[in-house]
Design a protein around this ligand. Structure first.
Ligand SMILES: NC(=O)c1ccc[n+]([C@@H]2O[C@H](COP(=O)([O-])OP(=O)(O)OC[C@H]3O[C@@H](n4cnc5c(N)ncnc54)[C@H](O)[C@@H]3O)[C@@H](O)[C@H]2O)c1
Length: 349
C-alpha cells in the first residue's frame, strides 16, 4: 500500500491499494465515532461496487444506507443535492455520522458538497473510481455543483477525512473516460514532472497506472498544501483549462469530453507561448506527439478568434485580465497574466 499524507487545515491520508474497497470500513472506523454511514454513488458505479463497500462498513459497525443518483454531469445539480439531504434526513444522519463518496468526480464533488453543507458540515470519505477522480478531483477539498449558466459555480472547500484509491476499479471504467482522465495525467507531467511525461512517452500508461496515480496525487498534494484556498499557486492546475472551457462551451458541452477539450486547449496555448519565445522551443511538438499517442486532440475545429471570444466570462478571469498557465518547458510552468486590452494582439501575433 502507498500512503500520501495531506497537510491542509484538516489533514488526512490518501491510501492507494488494490482491493481496498473491501477494507474501507476498517480504514474509516478509527477516524470517526459515526454510527451511521451513507454511501453516495451513481447508477453506473453503485451496481458494481456499492455492496462491497457497504458490507465492509457494516462489518465495522456502521448502519449503512446507499443513495444512488442518475450518472452524468447533467445531474451535478442542486436538485440532486436536495434529494441527498432528504436521504440523509430519512436515515437520521447526525453531525457525527459520515458520508462516503463512491464514484467519479461528479459523485465526489456532490457528496462532498452535501457533506460540507448538511447540518453545517459532516465528515466525508472519498473513494474515487474514475481515473480523473483518482489522479485529481478526490484530493484537495473542492466540492460543488453546476448551475444552469455555468460549471462548478456553487461549492465549498471541504477536505475529506480519508481518500481510498483502488486502482482495480479502473478495469470497469469505459475507455472514453479513461482517455479523459489521461488528459489530466498529461497535464501533471507538463506542469510539474518531466519524468512522468517521459514515462508516458516511452511506456503505455496502463502498464504503470499505480505509479501514475501516486505521482499525480503527490503533485496535487504539494500544490494544495501551498494554496488550499486557490488564491495563488493552485492556478497552475488549470493548465489548458481556460481555452479548454472555451472549447467545451463552443461545442455546447456535447461531442467533446472535458479531458479532450483541456488537451486541445493545452496544445493550442503551448504553440502560441512557444511562438512568443515564452516556452522552450520544441515543447509544443513533444506535447502534440504525446497527446496523439493517447488519442487525445491536439487542436480544435474552432478558430483562435472564436476561442478567445469564448474565454470571456471564464471563472479564472478577473475584471481586466486572465491568468494563463504557460509551460517553461516539459515539467515546469509559470503563471502569466494577460490584460484583456492586450488580449487580441497577444494571440493574433
Ligand atoms: N473537485 C475537483 O478538484 C475537481 C477537479 C477536476 C474535475 N472535477 C469534476 O469532476 C467531474 C468529472 O469527473 P469524472 O470524469 O470522474 O466524471 P463522472 O463522475 O461522471 O464519471 C465518469 C463516468 O464514468 C463512470 N464511472 C466512474 N467510475 C467507474 C468505474 N470504475 N467503472 C465504470 N464506470 C465508472 C461514471 O458513472 C460516469 O458515467 C466534473 O464534474 C468536474 O467538474 C472536480
Amino acid at each position: 500500500m502507498k500512503t500520501i499524507h495531506v497537510n491542509t487545515g484538516r489533514s488526512y491520508d490518501i491510501l492507494i491499494k488494490h482491493h481496498i474497497l473491501d477494507e474501507a470500513g476498517m480504514y474509516i472506523r478509527p477516524l470517526t465515532k459515526a454510527i451511521r454511514a451513507v454511501i453516495v454513488s451513481d447508477t453506473n458505479v453503485a451496481p458494481l461496487y456499492a455492496e462491497r463497500v457497504k458490507q465492509s462498513l457494516v462489518k465495522n459497525g456502521f448502519e449503512t444506507s446507499v443513495f444512488v443518483f442518475e450518472a452524468g454531469e447533467s445531474r451535478k445539480r442542486l436538485s440532486t443535492i436536495e434529494q441527498m439531504y432528504s436521504h440523509f434526513f430519512e436515515h437520521h444522519l447526525t453531525r457525527t455520522d459520515i458520508v462516503v463518496a463512491l464514484g467519479g468526480g461528479v459523485t465526489g464533488d456532490m457528496a462532498g458538497f452535501a457533506a460540507a453543507s448538511y447540518l453545517r458540515g459532516i465528515d466525508f470519505v472519498q473513494i474515487p473510481t474514475s481515473l480523473l477522480s483518482q489522479v485529481d478531483s478526490s484530493v484537495g477539498g473542492k466540492t460543488g455543483v453546476d448551475l444552469p449558466f455555468g460549471k462548478n459555480l456553487v461549492g465549498a472547500f471541504w477536505q475529506p477525512v480519508l481518500v481510498l484509491i483502488d486502482p482495480e476499479t479502473l478495469h470497469t471504467l469505459p475507455e472514453a473516460f479513461f482517455r479523459d482522465g489521461l488528459g489530466e495525467v498529461v497535464k501533471y507531467g507538463c506542469i510539474r514532472s518531466r519524468s512522468l511525461f517521459e514515462r508516458l512517452e516511452n511506456e503505455q500508461a496502463k502498464d504503470f497506472i499505480d505509479d501514475i496515480i501516486f505521482e499525480c496525487v503527490s503533485i496535487k498534494r504539494d500544490v494544495v498544501e501551498n494554496d488550499e484556498r486557490d488564491t495563488g499557486e493552485r492556478a497552475i492546475l488549470n493548465f489548458g483549462h481556460t481555452f479548454g472551457h472555451a472549447i467545451e462551451k463552443l461545442e455546447n458541452y456535447a461531442g467533446i469530453t472535458h479531458g479532450e477539450a483541456v488537451a486541445a486547449g493545452a496544445s493550442l496555448l503551448t504553440r502560441i507561448s512557444e511562438a512568443h519565445g515564452m516556452t522552450e522551443s520544441g515543447t509544443s511538438e513533444r506535447l502534440e506527439r504525446l497527446l496523439k499517442k493517447y488519442d487525445l486532440p491536439q487542436d480544435s475545429r474552432f478558430s483562435l478568434d472564436e476561442i478567445i471570444s469564448a474565454t470571456q466570462g471564464d471563472k479564472k478571469s478577473t475584471a481586466n485580465s486572465i491568468n494563463f498557465v504557460f509551460l517553461k518547458n516539459i515539467g515546469s510552468c509559470y503563471l502569466h497574466k494577460i490584460n484583456t486590452v492586450d488580449f487580441k494582439t497577444f494571440f493574433a501575433r
